[in-house]
Design a binder for this molecule. Structure first.
Ligand SMILES: Nc1ncnc2c1ncn2[C@@H]1O[C@H](COP(=O)(O)OP(=O)(O)OP(=O)(O)O)[C@@H](O)[C@H]1O
Ligand SMILES: [Mg+2]
Length: 260
C-alpha cells in the first residue's frame, strides 16, 4: 500500500446507522510506538471508529489496513489474532470469575480454536497453558493486581476493573491497543498509575490509540491528537496545537469541556 510504513491506516472510513452518518469519510495513519488520542464531543463517532477497526461493527465504506494487510470487516477474533486488542467504554470483565481466570480467558482466545486443540498432543497443550499462566501473571504484576489474582473480579473497585481490562488486552500480545475511555471514572491516583502504564507500554514498543475526555490526560500522554466532530475528522496534529485550533474549540463550545 502507498503509506507503507504506518502500522494502521484508516481510509475514508464511513458508517451510517439508518439516516445517521456516525463516521463520515475519516482517514488517518497510526505509526508504531506512538500514542494517539482520539477525542471529540459525545456522539462524535469515536467508539464507532474503534468498533469498526476491531471488527465489532461493519464499515459502510472505506477500509482499514493493519501491518499492510486489509482487515476491513474481518471477524473480531481474526483481528485479535493479527495483533489488535481493545478495551470497552463500559467495562466488560466477568464478575463471577477470579481476576486470574479473567486473564486466562484472554490468553486462551489468542490461540483459540478448540478444533486445533484436539490435534495438538497433550504435552504441548500443557506447555501452552503454562506459558499462558506465566503471561497472565506477568501482566497482573505489570498493572499492580497480583495481590488480587484470586479475588472475584466482581469484588474489584472500578479502577481495579479498568486495570484488569488493560491487563487482559495486553495478555493477547497485541501490538496495537485501542482503549475506549480507559481512565473514565477512576480516582486521580489510579489515573496517574494508568498514565505511567501507557508511557511504559509505549516505551516498550506498543502502539496505543486512546479515546479520552480528560484533556489533562490527553496532554500528558499523547504524541498526537485526532479530533472528531459529527463523524468528521476536524483536526489531526500535536496536542498543544489541538487545544488552540478554532474548529476544535468551536466543536466543543457549549459542551462540558472542563479540562481545557
Ligand atoms: N449501534 C448503533 N445504532 C445506532 N446508532 C448508533 C449506534 N452506535 C452509535 N450510534 C450513534 O452514532 C453516533 C456516534 O456514536 P459513538 O458511540 O461512536 O460516539 P462517541 O464519540 O463514542 O461518543 P461518547 O463520547 O458519548 O462515547 C451517535 O449519534 C450514536 O448515537
Ligand atoms: Mg464512545
Amino acid at each position: 500500500m502507498m503509506e507503507g510504513k504506518a502500522l494502521l491506516s484508516v481510509r475514508d472510513l464511513t458508517k451510517t446507522f439508518g439516516g445517521l452518518m456516525a463516521v463520515n469519510c475519516v482517514s488517518f495513519d497510526i505509526e508504531k510506538g506512538t500514542i494517539t488520542a482520539l477525542i471529540g464531543p459525545n456522539g462524535a463517532g469515536k467508539t464507532t471508529v474503534i468498533n469498526i477497526i476491531s471488527g465489532l461493527l461493519r464499515a459502510t465504506g472505506g477500509k482499514v489496513v493493519f501491518k499492510g494487510r486489509d482487515i476491513t470487516n474481518l471477524p473480531p477474533y481474526r483481528i485479535s489474532h493479527l495483533g489488535i486488542a481493545r478495551t470497552f467504554q463500559n467495562i466488560r470483565v466477568f464478575p463471577q470469575m477470579t481476576v486470574l481466570e479473567n486473564m486466562l480467558v484472554a490468553t486462551k482466545y489468542r490461540k483459540g480454536e478448540t478444533l486445533l486443540y484436539s490435534v495438538i498432543p497433550d504435552r504441548d497443550v500443557k506447555v501452552e497453558d503454562e506459558q499462558n499462566l506465566k503471561k497472565a501473571l506477568h501482566y497482573l504484576e505489570f498493572v499492580g493486581l497480583m495481590d488480587k489474582k484470586d479475588e472475584f473480579a466482581g469484588n474489584l473497585s472500578h479502577g481495579q476493573r479498568r486495570l484488569l481490562e488493560l491487563a487482559r488486552a495486553l495478555a493477547t500480545d497485541a501490538d496495537l491497543l485501542l482503549l475506549d475511555e480507559p481512565t473514565a471514572g477512576v480516582t486521580p491516583r489510579t489515573r496517574k498509575k494508568l498514565l505511567q502504564l501507557f508511557t511504559r507500554l509505549k516505551n516498550s514498543g506498543k502502539t496505543i490509540m486512546i479515546i479520552e475526555h480528560n484533556m489533562k490526560v490527553v496532554r500528558a500522554v499523547s504524541d498526537r491528537v485526532i479530533v472528531l466532530s459529527n463523524g468528521q475528522k476536524i483536526f489531526d496534529g500535536p496536542p498543544d496545537k489541538a487545544f488552540k485550533d478554532s474548529r476544535v474549540i468551536e466543536a466543543y463550545l457549549g459542551t462540558k469541556w472542563r479540562y481545557m
